[in-house]
Write a protein that binds this ligand. Structure first.
Ligand code: NAD
Length: 260
């Protein structure tokens, strides 16, 4: 699929939390399409494995919720890439599961810091570099929880809705400079992360894991989960010339999740 995307060769891409999960699928897909990659991750073991598997990628150990660490990330990314064409704001955590009155301030703030504030820190530093690019694009990972209410996951949903507000505002602000800004809203993505989310929700609801998994699938119109590769394909499309006239859009890749 990537070959038909026609990504300009040597497109310079930074993917946050790119050493595993959806970020890794995005990074490997861009690399397969001829892009030059820099990824960061908070997890040293995962990042080291990623660096060993892809010696031509730049890698930075970075907690993107820490503004000073993001500044260092951008110095390292710029040194490796020599500029920037695509920023993929991918890092995000599930945050706590439970009733709002059981949540404490630090876990609320951590969710907002990692999921939302990190995207501000990265975007702020990316814009001056993207202004020098001929095909500049920002892709922010939100979630279907950024278009639906998500009971017992309020901090996560609040952070993901906030990303949509940021994307829509920035698309207007940066559009006249040719910079496209879009959000991808993954649905239920196969893999260990969703298994943990379903387990936490099953515990809160007091039902078996399998029952909770079936509940999730019954609310998806296509009655199946999506894959990390589905999300990567959408990111590639948005960054390629095929997506040249798409900006300010929250795009769900989810089989149509009807309700959460
Ligand atoms: P994941 O939990 O698999 O984590 C991917 C990577 O993020 C890991 O390598 C982890 O070390 C890194 N990471 C975590 N916190 C970080 C931080 N503060 N700084 C830098 N790196 C950090 O995540 P995922 O499932 O691949 O999700 C990626 C994005 O997609 C997130 O924004 C998530 O909210 C969103 N999303 C995921 C799903 C899903 O079902 N997996 C659904 C909707 C939205």
């Amino acid at each position: 699929m990537s070959e038909t995307m026609g990504l300009p060769p040597g497109t310079r891409v930074l993917v946050t939390a790119g050493a595993s999960g959806i970020g890794y699928a995005i990074a490997t897909s861009f690399a397969a399409a001829g892009a030059k990659l820099h990824v960061c991750d908070i997890d040293k073991t995962t990042l080291d494995a990623c660096a060993a598997a892809h010696p031509d990628w730049g890698t930075s150990l970075c907690d993107v919720s820490d503004e000073a660490e993001v500044e260092r990330l951008f110095q390292e990314a710029e040194a490796h890439l020599g500029g920037l064409d695509v920023l993929v704001n991918n890092a995000g955590i599930a945050g706590p599961t439970g009733s709002i009155h059981t949540m404490d301030g630090p876990e609320w703030r951590r969710t907002i810091d990692v999921n939302l504030n990190s995207q501000f820190y990265c975007t702020k530093l990316a814009v001056p570099l993207l202004q020098q690019s001929e095909n500049p694009s920002i892709i922010c990972l939100s979630s279907v929880a950024g278009r639906l209410g998500y009971a017992f996951r309020t901090p996560y949903a609040a952070s993901k809705w906030a990303i949509i507000g940021m994307v829509k505002s920035l698309a207007i602000e940066l559009g006249p400079q040719g910079i496209r800004v879009n959000a991808i809203l993954p649905g239920v993505v196969e893999g260990p992360r969703i298994d943990k989310v379903i387990a936490a929700r099953a515990e809160v609801a007091g039902v078996p894991h399998q029952q909770m998994e079936q509940e999730y699938i019954s609310k998806i119109s296509l009655r199946r989960m999506v894959t990390a590769q589905d999300i990567a394909n959408q990111a590639l499309y948005l960054a390629s010339p095929l997506g040249a006239n798409i900006s300010g859009q929250p795009i769900s890749v989810c089989g149509n999740v009807e309700v959460l």
